[in-house]
Every structure is written in C-alpha cells, then in structure tokens.
Design a protein around this ligand. Sequence first.
Ligand SMILES: C[C@@H]1N[C@H](CNC(=O)[C@H](c2ccccc2)C2CCCC2)[C@@H](O)[C@H](O)[C@@H]1O
Length: 449
Amino acid sequence: PAAFAQKYSPDWTSLKAHTVPNWFEDAKFGIFIHWGLYSVPAWAPPSGELGKVDMSRWFYQNAYAEWYLNSIRLKDSPSYKHHVETYGADFDYYRFGQAFEQQNRAWKPQNWASLFKDAGARYVVLTTKHHDGYTLWPSKVPNPKRPQGGINSPRDLVGDLTKAVRGAGLHMGLYYSGGLDWTFETRPIATMGDLRTTAPQTEEYARYADAHWRELIRLYQPSVLWNDIGYPKLGKPEALFADYYNAVPEGVINNRFSVEYSDFTTPEYAKYDKITPKKWESCRGLGFSFGYNQVEGPEHVIAPEALIELLVDIVSKNGNLLLNIGPKPDGTISEIQLNRLNALGAWLKTNGDGIFGSRPWVRPSAKTTAGGDVRFTKKGDALYAFLLGRAAGPSTVVGLTLAPGSTVRLSGGRSVAWKKTGDGTTFELPANSPAAGPVALSITPAPAA
Ligand SMILES: C[C@@H]1N[C@H](CNC(=O)[C@H](c2ccccc2)C2CCCC2)[C@@H](O)[C@H](O)[C@@H]1O
C-alpha cells in the first residue's frame, strides 16, 4: 500500500473502525516484563494479591516491588524500614541507577527471547518507563525536572530486546507509565485519592509523555501500546492513536489511556467469569509483585498447575494471559519463575493446539459428574474440551452431546473412546494423566451446542 496511507484520522469515529488483528486474537499468551531501578533493591512485603488486600492498607504494605520508591516515601512502611537498614535513610532511590546500568551490561536479550519462545509465549511487553520515570531506552526527549539526566538507560535495552524477540518470531509490545511519573510529582501515594491527585496534568508533562510515546513508535514500531494508569488530558491521545495505527496497522492499544476507545481491556490480578465479546487480557505477576521481589517464596507464587489452568480458563472466555516476569538487574531470572515458565511451556507443547488460534465456543465451561471443571475452546471444525484437575479414567462431561461417529483424540493424537450417557458424554481417559495440567480432548465435528 502507498506509504502515505492515512487510513485513520485523529477522531474517535475513525479510530473505532480499527478491529483487533488476528495475531492478537490468536496469541493467547504473552510475557510481561517489569525491569528497572526497582529491580536492584527487589524488596516488598508479600502482603497479598491486588484485590485481596484492603485498599486502605494496600499502599502502606505494597506487594508491588516496582513501587519501592513510593513505599520508602511512606515512613511507616516495611519498605522504609528495610531501606534504612540496608542502604541508609539518605540513600536516594535514583542512585540504584549505577548498579542497574553496571549489572545489565552482562545481559543477553536472546536468552530471554528463547526462554519466552520455549514457554509458548507469542508476544512480549517490556516496561519502557515505569512510575519512577527511568527510561529503559536512551531517550533524546529531555526531562525538564531532571536537567542533570540520570534517568535514561545508556544501553538501548528496549531496542536490544525488541530485536531479539522479533528474531525469535514473537511480537514486541511496549509498556509506558503515562499516568504516573514520580520525577514530575514527588508526593507519596498513600490512598487511591493520592493516585489521582499525583497524576501530572501539566501541559509540560503531556508534551513529555506524547513525545516519549512518539519516540518509541518511531524507533521500535511496537505491536502493542500498553499504557498504564491513565494519560494526561492534554496529551491528545486520538492524534497519537491515529498516527500509531497509520504507522503500525497490525498494532493494538490497551484501555489504560482511559479514553473512550481501546482494542482490549486489562483486568489486573483478575479475570472475567464469562465470555466477553470485547477482547481482554488478564495481567499478573507469578507472585504478588511485577518487579522482582527477592522475598517471595513458593507460598506467594502461583503453583505450576494453577498457572496452566488459569491460562485455559482465560482463553475459554476470550482473553489473553499477560504473565509477568521480574528479572534481576543482570537479566537473570529466579529459579521459582523459570520453573513455572517451563511447566507452562511443557504443557503447551503437547496441548497447545486447542489454545493457540482458538476462539471461545458457545459456552466456556461445564462440569463432570465427579465435580471436575471443564473448559471449552473451538478451532476449525473441532471442539476442544480441557478437563481440569488431573482427570483420569471414565469421565462424564455433563450436558455435552456429540454427533454419532464423532472422533475424540487426546492432544498428541491418541484416540479416546466415548459414549452417550443420560448426563452427557463419558470419555474413557487414560488411568493417569502423565504431565501436570488439564487433559485436552479434541472432538470433531464440534457439536453445535
Ligand atoms: C501492571 C501493573 N499496573 C499497575 C497500575 N495499576 C492500576 O492502575 C490499578 C488498576 C487495576 C486494574 C484496572 C485498572 C487499574 C489501580 C492502581 C491500584 C489499584 C487499582 C502498576 O501500578 C503496577 O506497578 C504494574 O505496572
């Protein structure tokens, strides 16, 4: 097409003509990465998941290790106590830049790309600037609050990872904290009200954020604009969106610019409980934090089997899972995180056919007569049934009726005997499910309902 194809104009009517590209619908599983100065202290009280901790307490015992700067500004927080004991009360947070920049010289981005590919991920979203204002690329946009600099990575971490990820055949997306920037607003956030009043709304900041997003689009043509926690009202997002889509037609934009248009919604540590027609993506850490938290142990981190079941549940309801990894400053990833990625990758290797490229069926779930959970997806003329919770032996799915002569196979090909019963359909599953994770059945032709 002509290089100057200006399909989109900067108004919501034009932008609403954009549809979610197939690659994002098909992808199902992405890797979120929170990496930055906060990865150096890598410390937060594992107080619980967002949504399970009372918001009146959340900010004082913030489980998000990437909120370290805000946490140490709250003098009665466990993080402040830890900071004083470990670095001293007068150790300025931005001095972590030295250790971060020194240690990430050793980082090999291709190691991450192959790790994520082996895990079965189809796209990656990296933090380019989190709330602390530090940019993971050597931005040329001056920060009026930091004339002395010190908040731009000298190494192009964004570019290096983008190249490696695309080299591995995955899509590359970029996260940018449009709503908060603690180099512009230094007041601590102790309540949701503070979250709103400390979101910078000056013309100066709006120009800064817009220039950053435009620099990122020009340099890297990201497939995802993952803005976070709002956007300055004066930031003219509709112009940014139109220019982005005209430059990256297959791009997608999330709903956290907090404007009337987006390609997908972004429940955080949450998921929908039914099929929603609008595309959505559930994001969470493996534990309670996005940034690496050295304190987190197995009691804080999702178990491998629960992680696989989480992905299957989300996909059955028209969502993607954006699963976060918090790397150490030198780019290495903790064993507890690697272990979960590998478990997910192993299961997807055998059972991914009913996940990738699938779409929701007429209903997302059913039960077995033994009380087990079942999730459905559809792809081509096959219905996929995922029996959660180590289903084995004869298993009857309630309310499911197959056409006579239907073929049922385990993922990996082995055929499965089935018969119609009063309650539904009984499948003769193997006596024990070899690997962890749901048993996946393909059923052709797919029943109508
Ligand atoms: C991916 C994560 N996003 C967080 C921003 N989260 C939000 O804006 C949170 C949120 C959660 C769900 C939908 C919209 C907004 C609010 C902030 C605290 C309670 C609700 C960031 O604060 C966090 O550090 C991480 O980057």
